[in-house]
Design a protein around this ligand. Structure first.
Ligand code: NAD
Length: 261
């Protein structure tokens, strides 16, 4: 059964929308008629020869695509992108999705890597949540904030401690913000993907543990495969929709069944 959504007259900001999950989320909101602002450090997908930039993709599928160069670790950049959204009526849905990955064992983690991961993956989500919420409250419109967490918010994996700790933070930023923003009509939820074939996961297979490299992890996915970004994107459209109007503070696992273990 196909589900269709109508997000016309809706402005969605997606951080990290140039590739992977963010790009698929941007495309799905665009296909539903939304204005989608891709807030990424780079406009081009990884392989520009094969793929058009996300803003052009959104235009092609029936939405309105915009790109604003944004480093989510910089609060001024987040403020600028939320300000830029005013030209399109203001942000209705803020998707805090950008993240980076660097592997490392607890015994030899580089503190600089730890700080950078937390600056992008956790503080970036905090900035995106706070700045978007203040703007939504100021405009008196309510709104929806969606954060990309991960199964890593709950499951430890070898060489993932600095990444996993950022995703645990995302889960609790989501819950805390949901609690404090409910009175303002702002819902806050997270999506927790499992193993998704994207650029970031190439980093895992190149540098993470033997277990990941050998595909052992995928063997434990009950649905038997890694996800595509498209497998994950629909969860964001559901959580932003009226059908999810009584859902807030939730972290929705989209993981092929991994959480059963
Ligand atoms: P990806 O590497 O394909 O996409 C990440 C995007 O974020 C890139 O376009 C990159 O340019 C952008 N980005 C990086 N640093 C940024 C910054 N400082 N400011 C703005 N943009 C920045 O990875 P992905 O798999 O699509 O990851 C998207 C989200 O999904 C991340 O939060 C990631 O942690 C999460 N996630 C991914 C998986 C997976 O298996 N791929 C699993 C669970 C969760």
């Amino acid at each position: 059964m196909n589900v269709s959504y109508d997000y016309s007259d809706t402005t969605v900001v997606v951080t990290g929308g140039s590739s992977g999950i963010g790009r698929a989320v941007a495309r799905r909101f665009g296909a539903a008629g939304a204005t989608v602002i891709n807030a990424d450090v780079r406009r081009d997908p990884k392989d520009i020869a094969e793929e058009q930039p996300t803003d052009e993709l959104v235009d092609d599928v029936g939405g309105r695509g915009v790109y604003v160069e944004t480093d989510v670790a910089d609060v001024a950049a987040i403020e600028a992108v939320v300000e830029a959204a005013h030209e399109y009526g203001g942000v209705d849905v803020m998707v805090n999705n950008a993240a980076i990955f660097v592997s490392g064992n607890i015994l030899d983690l580089d503190p600089a890597d730890f700080d950078r991961l937390h600056a992008v993956n956790a503080k970036g989500v905090f900035y995106g949540t706070q700045v978007a919420a203040l703007d939504m409250i100021d405009r008196g419109v309510g709104g929806c904030i969606l954060n990309t967490a991960s199964i890593s918010a709950d499951l430890a994996q070898f060489d993932h401690v600095q990444y996993d700790s950022t995703k645990g933070a995302v889960k609790m930023i989501t819950r805390g913000a949901a609690l404090e923003l409910a009175d303002h009509g702002v819902r806050v939820n997270a999506v927790a993907p499992g193993h998704v074939a994207t650029e970031i996961s190439e980093g895992w297979t190149e540098s993470a543990s033997e277990e990941v490299q050998s595909g052992e992890v995928i063997k434990h996915v009950p649905l038997g495969r890694a996800a595509t970004p498209e497998d994950v994107a629909g969860a964001y459209l559901f959580l932003a929709s009226d059908d999810a109007r009584y859902v807030t503070g939730e972290t929705l696992w989209v993981d092929g069944g991994l959480q059963v273990f």
